[in-house]
Design a protein around this ligand. Structure first.
Ligand code: SF4
Length: 355
């Protein structure tokens, strides 16, 4: 089988796109074949991204209180998960949060707000934060993630200096309605298309472990390829207590690596980001996953703690990778980041930061 994975990599490197059957073969590889699989698929990662890792940082502008019912989400309508709830960080707080991530080496800041979608006033508020951020940190990429967009809003974000827009398709079209009922899969695709039409770089990904079949994971990956998503965040379900998905544990570390390897095979030159649930589900296989994925979030997630940011950077360096844009990255010039202490939970509330 290991020869088969090498042949698959050869074929994709030669410019032949992977088929759904190829993707299924990767997903269903025996655990004993994990190292040969990663060895083969890592050639695609190296060919397109060398040994660089893109570091992204989340700023949760607005947390909880969402009227939508995404079953996996701790911020959803009906969720009793004890997450921080606040309505919009002040511009000063948002800039402070973003600066912490940038100081830690983040090349991209993701400005996220819970909710079905932004009002035009919300767009203005985000535009102000973006203008100030771009002035203070001219080289940083900014991705907005504000939910479903109405006509004209993507253009307004683009004018304000936003580089990318994230809206995940989350799961296969054939599985979507089991996971959320307050909006449709088509609504999600429509927002990704609006972002693309406005010239924003599309960022759209998925969550694995939502009860989908192998075929549905493959379906979601090919849908993302079809959408031409420039970056694909691959999340692994964190089954929060207080949500309908509580107690759903379908993933193993080896399966998570195979899912990332499949994403790399299907979309060889696309940024594949290991997103939420990385520490919980990949556990000791996090470094192995970096051989197929090329992007991570630094530190905490939207409503949960991640690995300490210093440990993220150490893991990247220890395994022979370099942070994109750092002094170690000879493709771009940037000062070496100081070891960061950038816990941000508590922002926007009276709760103290957790470190
Ligand atoms: S994923 Fe977004 S839209 Fe869905 S419930 Fe959570 S915050 Fe709301």
């Amino acid at each position: 089988m290991s020869d088969t994975f090498q042949q698959l990599a050869d074929s994709v490197l030669a410019g032949n796109p992977a088929t759904p059957d190829d993707a299924l073969a990767v997903l269903r590889a025996d655990d004993s074949e994990l190292i040969p699989l990663v060895a083969a698929i890592s050639r695609l990662r190296r060919a397109h991204f060398s040994n660089r890792v893109k570091v992204n940082y989340l700023v949760n502008l607005k947390s909880g209180l969402c009227p939508e019912n995404c079953n996996y989400c701790s911020q959803a309508l009906g969720s009793t998960a004890p997450v921080l709830k606040y309505s919009w960080l002040s511009e000063e707080e948002a800039l402070e949060q973003a600066a912490a991530g940038i100081g830690g080496g983040a090349a991209r800041v993701c400005l996220v707000a819970s909710g079905r979608g932004p009002s035009n006033r919300d767009i203005d508020r985000v535009a102000d934060v973006v203008a100030a951020l771009k002035e203070q940190h001219p080289g940083v990429e900014i991705c907005a993630c504000l939910g479903l967009l109405s006509d004209g809003q993507a253009e307004r974000l683009k004018e304000a200096g936003v580089d990318a827009y994230n809206h995940n398709i989350t799961t296969a079209a054939s599985h979507h309605d089991k996971i959320v009922q307050t909006h449709t899969y088509a609504d999600r695709v429509d927002t990704v298309e609006k972002a693309k039409s406005a010239g924003l770089s599309p960022c759209s990904g998925l969550i694995a472990g939502l009860g989908e079949t192998d075929e549905q994971l493959v379906e979601a990956l090919f849908a993302l390829k079809e959408l031409n998503s420039d970056s694909i965040p691959v999340n692994f379900l964190m089954p929060f207590d207080g949500t309908p998905m509580a107690g759903t544990w379908e993933l193993t570390p080896a399966r998570c690596v195979k899912i990332l390897a499949m994403a790399r095979l299907v979309c060889p030159d696309t940024e594949i980001r290991i997103a939420g649930g990385r520490e919980m589900h990949l556990r000791s296989l996090q470094p192995l996953a970096l051989h197929v994925a090329n992007s991570v979030f630094l530190g905490d997630y939207l409503t949960s703690e991640g690995q300490d940011a210093a440990a993220d950077l150490e893991m990247i360096r220890d395994n022979g990778f370099v942070v994109e844009g750092s002094a170690d990255d000879h493709q771009t010039e940037r000062p070496q980041p100081a070891a960061p202490a950038i816990r941000r939970r508590g922002a926007g509330t009276d709760v103290l930061p957790n470190a």
